[in-house]
Design a protein around this ligand. Sequence first.
Ligand code: HEM
Length: 301
Amino acid sequence: MKLPRQRIIEDFEKMVGRHDDPAIYGGPDGDPGLIGPDSVSWRVHADLAAVTQAGTAAIVLEVLHPSVIAGVQDMSTYREDPFKRARATLGYVLATTFGNTAAATRIIEHVKHIHSFVNGTRPDGVPYRALDPDLIAWVHTAIPWMILRTYERTNRPLSTAEKDAYLAEQAVIGKMGGADWVPTNTAELDEYVATMRPKLAVNSQTREFIDFLLSAPFGPSLPPAADAALHRFALYAGMSAAPKWARELIGFDRPSPLIRAMIRPYLYFDARMLRWAFGTPRYVEMARARASGAQQLKAAG
Ligand code: HEM
């Protein structure tokens, strides 16, 4: 029989992947990667619970841009493999933060190459291309923004200086990914989000995506009513990191009193359980050993 801890790890990794590839997180001794071990990013992204709990809100915010949802609906395979995008995005976030310099750069270039094929026309006739620097900036921003909010909720509050440092570190990745400009501090983030809000909307493509989130198979098979309730709860809980206006846009701003009462304890429990099960995640241990040169010492010893 499997120990509960092993079970939690296996179930979780089935959905979001393992993220311990030595070709990415190992590498040349002394290599700090793109961001470096003393960064706020290394501290925040070491919390696998915060990074994964941010996923739903980040993805929904991204697709509130009509050009992003058009690209996703035209080109993405999310319907065939619902967790592929979550795995790929998590892999991207972890590899660009903790991966060795060459691997992180290679992954960014690979994703840019894939994006070079994501072009088309929105249902309202506006052309889009994923490599449009403004679209890259929006998708990039949604990720660190939601990770910050999630981390502060279930881990600890961060000072403004820490948040500014984190956004500036992540901006390096955003620019390498093809953005001309991304917010590098909290003041810029607030201003940028305010300028983006009028460009965001829910259209039939967004609705289709939300409907998919409300039906995608992600847990045990349940009777239809219980399954629907679980999906709604997951969306409410996932979107609780997002600002109120975003929840209002998708119509998930009025949870029932029962759901409202359950969200916070659920997120705390889920985060504590993941932290207990994973301890220091492998990608962190491997990156720390690489950056400090301890890989060589281990091999020599
Ligand atoms: C910094 C911004 C972005 C990041 C970090 C990002 C991340 C990723 C990653 C990691 C993949 C998977 C690559 C693989 O399969 O190996 C991917 C694929 C894809 N991205 Fe992006 N993306 C960004 C911006 C965009 C934008 C602006 C659009 C749409 C306009 C877009 C649409 C897509 C589509 C359609 C795919 C194809 C794969 C799929 O979802 O099935 N992405 N992206």
